[in-house]
Design a protein around this ligand. Sequence first.
Ligand code: CAA
Length: 383
Amino acid sequence: MLFKTTEQHEEFRAKIREFAETELKPIAFMLDQKNEFPDEIVKRLAEMNMLGIPYPKKYGGAGLDILTYAIAVEELARIDGGTGVILSAHVSLGSYPIYAFGTEEQKKKYLVPLAKGEKLGAFGLTEPNAGSDAGGTETTAELVGNHYILNGGKIFITNAGKADTYVVFAVTTPNIGTRGISAFIVEKGWKGFEFGDHYDKMGIRSSATAELIFNDVKVPKENLLGKEGQGFKIAMATLDGGRIGIASQALGIAQGAFEHAVEYAKEREQFGIPIAHHQINSFKIADMATKLRAARFLIYSSAELKEHHEPYGMESAMAKQYASDICLEVVNDAVQIFGGNGYLKGMEVERAYRDAKICTIYEGTNEIQRVVIASHIIGKPPK
Ligand code: CAA
């Protein structure tokens, strides 16, 4: 169990914090208001070798650890929740399944440009009838000669349209449940692969989210990821790690709002003293700080478990569920401390309040996290 980050981790944090403060902060409100994807920021992250943080150098990555990646997501989300999830979806969801389950050829062709940041990645699992019940996938992939023919669609896909490489899940053998699902690597630009309009979201508005539409898309046989029928397990294993990213995003959003609230509470005076020293607020600040610290330990320790190839699925679900639950509490308290000022557009805490909510919903709702945690402890319910 890790109780302290290393000097290298904190040097890395200082570097990405400086970047986020100087390059992301000045445009964060504009991105939110215009629903605009931060192309330039993503380009800069690639230049700084941040898009393949936990992947080996031989695959174009930075060769750093999972904890460093978690810190990167946290620090970006401290300034802008949307940018945090762009990195998380690219590293954890778009790149990881290729790293963990791809052949050497697939890694050379797809992982290397993803890890170098030359290409952006995404993950297509969710469908209108397969949300929490991911096994209800209806998109199909039928093998015809040397190609699978992909038909169907995905919804709520982070990085949709902006990403070049998509890991997509589809049914290859109908009527046998999760064991009939397979994973494929699909490229933007292939005939029949289109995108829906970008959603107009409550928060994380700098991130691109849209539908994927597949109409007779010819996917070469060699783009099957893993074996036929292994797709659901690939999706689940990928989400185990993805949840560390979303937990880090939630932590970053909450940390940012907390810092603004503390600063404001120390300056704002009512009844002749800074409002921070009214016990109602000082206790709030104490509770916020405690929750942040607890969430950070859950996240960093699950990152360390993953790094050391120890089981971490239950721990990452705990981290995601707890960090996103407390994120909502912390941003709510932050807006409360700001009073009417916190309710105004242009205030960071107002944006954090909107950005926070999605963290309890995506990459498995917090209800599903509890299903995952409980099943690790008591097993699945009897049939
Ligand atoms: N790793 C590897 N294998 C796993 C696994 C894991 N973590 N979890 C389950 N499996 C295996 C099981 O062992 C089982 O294998 P067998 O067929 O050999 O028995 C198989 O997968 C089926 O498992 P379950 O019976 O447990 O599956 P289920 O249908 O009951 O579903 C669930 C379980 C946990 C509810 C799952 O459906 C789930 O996680 N749902 C949530 C989906 C989700 O998180 N979606 C997020 C979309 S991505 C996103 O949101 C991205 C974004 O925008 C940023």
